[in-house]
Design a binder for this molecule. Structure first.
Ligand SMILES: *Cc1c(COP(=O)(O)O)cnc(C)c1O
Length: 424
């Protein structure tokens, strides 16, 4: 498999862009390979500049749930572009997108659009603090909520892989109010509430953790978070940047029946364009400027191109709900192939079309379990799949994403490759 052009571009990029990439995991450092420079993608396939074709299980880290370059999304974007890229003024498209989200997730009564998941979380935290008049936040070890200062503690994926879980440049004072609990361990949350219950503004959680590899919530865990936050006048924030419109159309609330106070969204909601959103109960959202005193703004927020892509994506998903069953079935096939191939020497976690194989024995239910994985074994498996035309996320601690465009043939080919893998 040729990789000369990617290698050349990577070398040249490193002179002008830190590490040659605009987001760290893309650099393939933890798998010791040269990152693929991408030329184009369509449906379930992605193509690099050397002309190689891959079945893509990164899907732009989630957004491409309909497959790449879906006709209806491209048309919506083309139509929007014709009329100008950004006005810095309200448009009907923003109303349409907010109504669409409300129709799918009725607990999102009011919604503010921003430009990324990071911004959505940062703003939701500020709002939770403003609304409750409290300062402390609980997050879980291994959950990633974007790179804003207060959330950059024990934050999973990129951080775990590079061995720098925290960043320099984040003052201790800024994270002093961020308390860390253990995912799937309600006792660890109870202890923090016993210590500081009346100071805690919010508990933020990935309802299915997907940034330390995929770790589903234990039965009752999300409901227990709902109960303890309600009892203490603390807001519950579901960070559904990955899980929203992914693990069910209505995300974690539909799948698990637990309703948070605030939700953060990103990835799928923009159908591949840069976007994020936060929303929830109207009474809380009314605190956001200009109706309330929690300031938050964005020059390009709600721009017509990103909103057009979001509307096209969410309305297609709403009108094609049966894809979620198909995603579930395809996820199960890959899960089975991995279990068959690796047996007890690995642990496979899956929620719908999100899955991970951890190269560790024993069930992975938390951060310690996830990080007990043998990342060298992962690297070798990753390389084998890449060299055989399957594009996986280049880290043990990232999820596989399946899209509606993955055909039976794609899934079968992937399963055969897994089953034929010779580990040495
Ligand atoms: C990707 C992600 C974010 C950050 O979103 P960006 O658009 O990359 O800023 C936040 N939370 C979760 C759960 C994510 O997976």
């Amino acid at each position: 498999m040729h990789e000369e052009k990617s290698a050349g571009l990577f070398r040249a990029s490193a002179e002008y862009i830190p590490g040659g990439v605009n987001s760290p995991v893309r650099a393939y450092r933890s798998v010791n390979r040269i990152p693929r420079f991408i030329d184009k993608a369509r449906g379930s396939k992605i193509y690099d500049v050397d002309g190689n074709e891959y079945i893509d299980y990164v899907c732009s880290w989630g957004p491409a749930i309909m497959g790449h370059a879906h006709e209806s999304v491209l048309k919506a974007v083309h139509d929007a572009v014709e009329n100008g890229l950004s006005f810095g003024a309200p448009t009907e498209k923003e109303l349409k997108l907010a109504r669409l989200v409300n129709g799918i997730m009725p607990h999102i009564e009011s919604l503010r659009l921003v430009n990324s998941g990071t911004e959505a979380v940062m703003s939701a935290i500020r709002l939770a603090r403003g609304y409750t008049g409290k300062n402390r936040i609980i997050k879980f070890r291994g959950c990633y909520h974007g790179h804003s200062d207060a959330m950059l503690v024990k934050a999973g994926s990129g951080g775990i892989t590079t061995g720098v879980p925290d960043s320099i440049g984040v003052p201790a004072a800024v994270v002093a109010d961020t308390m860390i609990a253990e995912y799937n361990d309600i006792g660890s949350v109870e202890r923090l509430f016993e210590a500081a219950g009346n100071e805690i503004a919010a508990v933020i959680v990935e309802p299915v953790a997907a940034n330390m590899g995929v770790v589903p919530p234990a039965p009752g865990f999300l409901q227990a978070l709902r109960d303890i936050t309600s009892r203490n006048g603390t807001l519950l924030i579901f960070d559904e940047v990955i899980t929203g419109f992914r693990i069910a159309l209505g995300g974690a609330s539909e799948r698990y029946g637990v309703i948070p106070d605030l939700v953060t969204l990103g990835k799928i909601i923009g159908g591949g364009m840069p976007i994020g959103a936060y929303g929830g109960r109207r009474e809380i959202m009314e605190m956001v400027s200009p109706s309330g005193k929690v300031y938050q703004a964005g020059t390009l927020a709600g721009n017509p191109v990103a909103t057009a892509a979001g509307i096209a994506t969410l309305s297609w998903l709403r009108d094609n709900r049966d894809i979620y069953e198909e995603l579930e079935e395809n996820g199960a096939k890959i899960e089975e192939a991995l279990k068959k191939r690796f047996g007890d020497s690995a642990s496979v976690n899956r929620t719908g079309s999100l899955l991970s194989v951890f190269f560790t024995s024993g069930k992975v239910t938390d951060y310690d379990g996830a990080t007990s994985s043998d990342t060298e074994r992962f690297s070798r498996f990753f390389s084998y799949m890449l060299d055989n035309g399957v594009y996986l996320a280049p880290s043990q601690y990232e999820a596989w994403f399946i899209s509606a465009a993955h055909s039976g043939e794609d899934i079968d080919k992937t399963c055969r490759l897994i089953e034929d893998y010779q580990e040495n």
